[in-house]
Every structure is written in structure tokens, then in C-alpha cells.
Design a protein around this ligand. Structure first.
Ligand SMILES: *Cc1c(COP(=O)(O)O)cnc(C)c1O
Length: 398
């Protein structure tokens, strides 16, 4: 007997749950890719995406996952031999740094503990030492999905401005776009990248690169940009076909349009508030469990926790057993722990992650909390009681 036979629930930090409305929007015949509805949908989607990002700048859409967007950001701004500074607070920061190195950049990594956010003072120190303004860009991750930690991107802009340093500020918002607050223009971000399959509730396959006039100027200084990644023709194409450098991702665009409609109907601020409350509900449960065992939130300070993904540590290594129990006995798939240093890989067993991004409501989040608590009981993992009640109280506003 297993209690897993019902609707399965994927609670990993991406891909996220795809709403039925979004799935239905894709279930239709292929459209004309030269004129008509698809052209209009792309135009309104770009408008809505820019509003969600808080920018009046440009946006290029790619048929790509997030890794491709790491490459798109660099392909348009960096030449082999250029120096970039990468403050790293988790596995995804390392990933972007490695890709930059593979593209020929000279990469300087500033590593931070996996339980801490990027420290702007240390970034300032590294930039102050760069008296010749050698760094072309600072690559920062808003929410590092491996640690669940959110760094202060606006603070990095203040550091650059205080020093008068001309490096571009680039932000990876792949985990948290539409979940954690982000204001591209207000925060002074030059390049922002994200993808479709997390906060945007759309299947993996669309990548977005937002860039301002400074970043566009950096692109124009390059002698050559790899044609597929070149954002210039994509952002201002002479014909629709050039938006995507070939055939448009037809059904992904239908899905994206529907997802953006859902966000518009709920309201941008209400979406952010919902993510904040559901995240707090999960944290309250973790606090209760931690009062009688070793379970702990990876980030002790709530101010640096992401509202999109939470990393939870289980010292001693029962996290993989807990994930296996939740999947087999309760139909809930939790996220694996990701090694957070450059050298470590997945599955250390000391950590698991819960994705609460996109199409998630109170009953889904409370379901995950209840299942985790059942797993802790079933596996005799020491923990404090009252996790479900603590989460319910947050959802109830008490
Ligand atoms: C998911 C993610 C990526 C990678 O995206 P893929 O679509 O898996 O290539 C990069 N950065 C962050 C912060 C992410 O959460």
C-alpha cells in the first residue's frame, strides 16, 4: 500500500508546477509564424515581461534554458581575455563563472559561505583594488537556487557607483523572477537574465535577456557576436522571423501569454506577497521541527532567504531518505540538495530543497509541509512537533 496514488506534486525548484490554464493554452494547432496572432502575442508578452522586470530597456527572447542565458549575457558583452568579477554565494554562481571562463574570460571569484549572501563590502574591496578598471562586468545571482539565499543586487550598484567603476552589473534572476522582488531600472542593473520554467510557470525552453542602453553599447563595441546569441536583431527585428533567429517557439509563446495573463489578473504585488507568505509558512514549520532535532534552515537570517526556494539541512544525512519517502509514500517530489562549493556534487544527503515558485497556493504548500512532517515521523528523524500548525498559523495570518 502506498499513499502516493493521487495527483503528484513536484516541489522542486524548477521546473515548477504548470497551471492547467497554461497547459490548455498550448493544446492547439500550430499557428502561422509570419503574421497574425503570434506576432501580437509576442509583442504584448515583451511589454508585460518588461513591466514585471521593472525596466524600460530591451528584452531578447531565446529558445533556451537558463544555461543558454548565462551564455547570451556574456556573448553580447565580453571578449576573450576580458576580466569579470563573480561574487558567488552558491552552486549557480559557480556555474556562471565556469561558463565565463569557458568563453575565454579571465574570471575572479569572490566566494562567500553557503549560509550567507554576497557581502557588498568585499565586492567593494575587489573593485577598489581594480584601479585600472579592468573588470568589464560583475556577475551576480539574485537567488542562488542551491542555497535558497537572496543577495542584495541594488547594494552592488551602489558599490559600483561609489567607486565610479564602469563595469556592467548583470543579474541572474532565473530562480526568482516573479517571486522575489526585483526592480531592474531602480536597482541599476544593466543585464538581467531569466527563463520560463520557474516563477513564470511555463515549460522549460524560453530564455529572456533584458538589457539597458549601457549594455547595448557594450554589445556594439564587440567586433563579432555569435549570431544565435546576438541580442541586437532579436530586440529590434525588421521582421517577426528575426525575433527568434528562425522559427518561433509557437506553443511556448501561447503558454507564456497565458501565464502572464494569470500574473496580471492576480496583480504583480499580490503575486510577490503570496510568495512571501507561503515562504514564511514553510520557514515556520522548519523552525518548529528544528526545536526538537537537527533540521535547520540553511539561511539563519530571514532577511536573506528567497521567497522562491528554501534549502533545508539535515545534518547526518537523512535528506535523501526523506525525499525518497515523500515521493514513494506521499506523491511529493522534493528537491535534491545541491553541492554548493565548486567541487561538490548533488546528493550529499545533508540537504534538501523545496521549490515554492510560481503556481503555488496555501493548500499546496501546506500539503508539502504535512508530507515532510509525516516523513520525519515515519523515518524516526528527530524533530520538534507542531510544524504543520506553525505553517497553518502563517497561512491564517495569526
Ligand atoms: C535554474 C537556474 C539556472 C539554470 O537554468 P536551466 O534552465 O536549468 O539551465 C541558473 N541560475 C539559477 C539561479 C537557476 O535557478
Amino acid at each position: 500500500m502506498s499513499l502516493a496514488h493521487g495527483r503528484e506534486y513536484l516541489a522542486i525548484p524548477g521546473p515548477s508546477v504548470i497551471p492547467d490554464r497554461v497547459l490548455r493554452a498550448m493544446h492547439r494547432a500550430a499557428p502561422n509564424i509570419y503574421e497574425g496572432e503570434l506576432v501580437e502575442i509576442t509583442g504584448t508578452a515583451l511589454r508585460d515581461l518588461k513591466a514585471l522586470a521593472g525596466t524600460a530597456g530591451d528584452c531578447a527572447i531565446y529558445i533556451s534554458n537558463g544555461h543558454g542565458m548565462w551564455e547570451a549575457a556574456l556573448a553580447n558583452t565580453i571578449r576573450p581575455g576580458d576580466r569579470v568579477l563573480v561574487p558567488v554565494a552558491g552552486r549557480f554562481g559557480h556555474g556562471w563563472a565556469e561558463l565565463a571562463r569557458d568563453l575565454g574570460a579571465e574570471v575572479e571569484i569572490l566566494e562567500f559561505p553557503t549560509t550567507a549572501a554576497v557581502d557588498p563590502d568585499r565586492v567593494a574591496e575587489a573593485l577598489r583594488a581594480d584601479t585600472a578598471y579592468g573588470f568589464r562586468a560583475v556577475l551576480a545571482v539574485l537567488t542562488d537556487t542551491s542555497t535558497g539565499i537572496r543577495s542584495d543586487i541594488a547594494a552592488l550598484r551602489r558599490v559600483l557607483d561609489d567607486l565610479g567603476h564602469p563595469a556592467l552589473l548583470m543579474a541572474d534572476c532565473i530562480a526568482s523572477f516573479g517571486c522575489d522582488p526585483f526592480e531592474m531600472d531602480d536597482w541599476g542593473v544593466d543585464v538581467m537574465i531569466t527563463a520560463s520554467q520557474k516563477g513564470l510557470m511555463t515549460p522549460p525552453g524560453l530564455g529572456f535577456a533584458f538589457f539597458n542602453a549601457r549594455a547595448a553599447a557594450a554589445r556594439d563595441r564587440l567586433d563579432r557576436v555569435s549570431p544565435y546569441w546576438d541580442w541586437r536583431p532579436r530586440a529590434a527585428p525588421e521582421m517577426f522571423y528575426r525575433y527568434f533567429f528562425g522559427t518561433a517557439p509557437t506553443h511556448h509563446l501561447f503558454a507564456l501569454r497565458e501565464a502572464l495573463d494569470m500574473i496580471a489578473e492576480e496583480g504583480r504585488q499580490a503575486v510577490l506577497d503570496r510568495h512571501a507568505t507561503l515562504a514564511r509558512a514553510l520557514w515556520a514549520a522548519c523552525d518548529a521541527w528544528g526545536r526538537g532535532g537537527a533540521l535547520a534552515l540553511n539561511a539563519a537570517d530571514p532577511a536573506i532567504r528567497s521567497h522562491a526556494v528554501t534549502a533545508i539541512s539535515l545534518p547526518g544525512g537523512p535528506a535523501d531518505r526523506l525525499r525518497a519517502w515523500c515521493a514513494a509514500e506521499a506523491g511529493v517530489t522534493l528537491g535534491i540538495g545541491l553541492g554548493t562549493g565548486a567541487a561538490t556534487g548533488p546528493g550529499t544527503g545533508e540537504m534538501f530543497r523545496v521549490g515554492h515558485m510560481g503556481h503555488v497556493n496555501a493548500h499546496m504548500l501546506l500539503g508539502v509541509v504535512g508530507v515532510i512532517e509525516a516523513g520525519l515521523i515515519a523515518l524516526d528523524i528527530p524533530h520538534g512537533s507542531g510544524g504543520v500548525e506553525a505553517a497553518a498559523r502563517v497561512c491564517a495570518g495569526r
